[in-house]
Design a protein around this ligand. Structure first.
Ligand SMILES: [Zn+2]
Length: 242
C-alpha cells in the first residue's frame, strides 16, 4: 500500500508518496504547483530532504512559472477576458443569475459573451466554470456549422467523405483517413477566421483524391479554395494551443 508524508519547507510543502518505484522522482504539479515526490518503499526521509534541498532553486522557479501560467489561464476566462469566435473577439461577462448548475449557460449579446453562472458559485470557482461552459458553447457552435460546410464543399469539389469528427489536437489542424474516408477537424478552428476552417475542410477533402502534398494536390486545393494560402498564413502565425 502507498503511504504519504508531508515535509514542510520554508517556501512550500512536499508531498512524499512511497511506492514501488526504483528511484526518487520529483515534480511540480501543473495547476496548483504542488511539489510531489515519489520514493521507493523504506527510503529514508533524510535522503528525500537532501534531494529536495539540492533541487530547491529549481523547485521555487518552477512553482512560480506554474502559478503564473494558472493565473494567466484564469484571467483568460475571467470577466473582461476575450474569446474568439470565427476570428471575432467577444468579451466575457458574468451574470450570476442561474438558480442551479444545470441552468448555467452562455449567450452571445453583440460583442459580449454572457456567461450565466449559478448564483451560489464561489468567486474563485467562476473562471473554471466559465471555461467549461464557453468551451462547450464554442464546440456546439462549430458542430452547428459543419454540416452545411461539408455539404457545400463536397458539392463544389465533387469529392465525398464518409463523415467527420471534431477533436482537440495539439499539432494538426485536420487529418484525413484515406481508408475510412473520415475527416478529423481540430476543435480550435472555431476561434479562427472562417476561411481557416473552410480551407482545412477543402484541404482534407483534396487528400481523398491526392494523399500527398505534391504539385497535383496544390493545384486541386488552389482550384477548389483559392483563399487557402491566405488561410494557411493565419494558421501558421497562431499555432494550436495545448
Ligand atoms: Zn495535408
Amino acid at each position: 500500500m502507498d503511504s504519504t508524508e508531508i515535509i514542510r519547507k520554508e517556501d512550500f510543502d512536499v508531498c512524499v508518496t512511497r511506492k514501488r518505484v526504483r528511484r526518487v522522482n520529483l515534480k511540480v504539479r501543473a495547476g496548483d504547483a504542488a511539489v510531489c515526490v515519489s520514493a521507493p518503499m523504506g527510503y529514508p526521509t533524510s535522503g528525500i530532504e537532501a534531494f529536495v534541498n539540492e533541487k530547491y532553486d529549481w523547485i521555487v522557479r518552477n512553482r512560480r512559472r506554474v502559478l503564473e501560467a494558472a493565473k494567466e489561464e484564469a484571467r483568460r476566462w475571467d470577466e473582461g477576458g476575450t474569446v474568439s469566435l470565427l476570428g471575432e473577439d467577444l468579451t466575457i461577462r458574468y451574470q450570476e443569475d442561474a438558480q442551479t448548475k444545470r441552468a448555467q449557460h452562455v449567450e452571445r449579446q453583440g460583442q459580449s459573451l454572457v456567461v450565466h453562472l449559478a448564483d451560489f458559485l464561489a468567486s474563485e470557482d467562476r473562471p473554471t466554470e466559465a471555461k467549461r461552459l464557453v468551451e462547450a458553447w464554442l464546440s456546439a457552435s462549430l458542430g452547428g456549422l459543419l454540416p452545411s460546410l461539408f455539404e457545400r464543399f463536397q458539392r463544389e469539389t465533387a469529392i465525398s467523405c464518409a463523415g467527420w469528427r471534431v477533436r482537440r489536437m495539439k499539432t494538426r489542424w485536420g487529418s484525413c483517413n484515406t481508408r475510412t474516408r473520415v475527416i478529423t477537424i481540430n476543435a480550435q478552428l472555431i476561434e479562427y477566421p472562417p476561411e481557416c476552417l473552410e480551407s482545412v475542410i477543402v484541404h482534407e477533402l483534396c487528400h481523398l483524391l491526392e494523399p500527398s502534398h505534391n504539385a497535383r494536390f496544390h493545384q486541386l486545393l488552389d482550384a477548389y479554395y483559392p483563399r487557402n494560402r491566405e488561410a494557411r498564413r493565419i494558421l501558421n502565425k497562431i499555432p494550436p494551443r495545448r
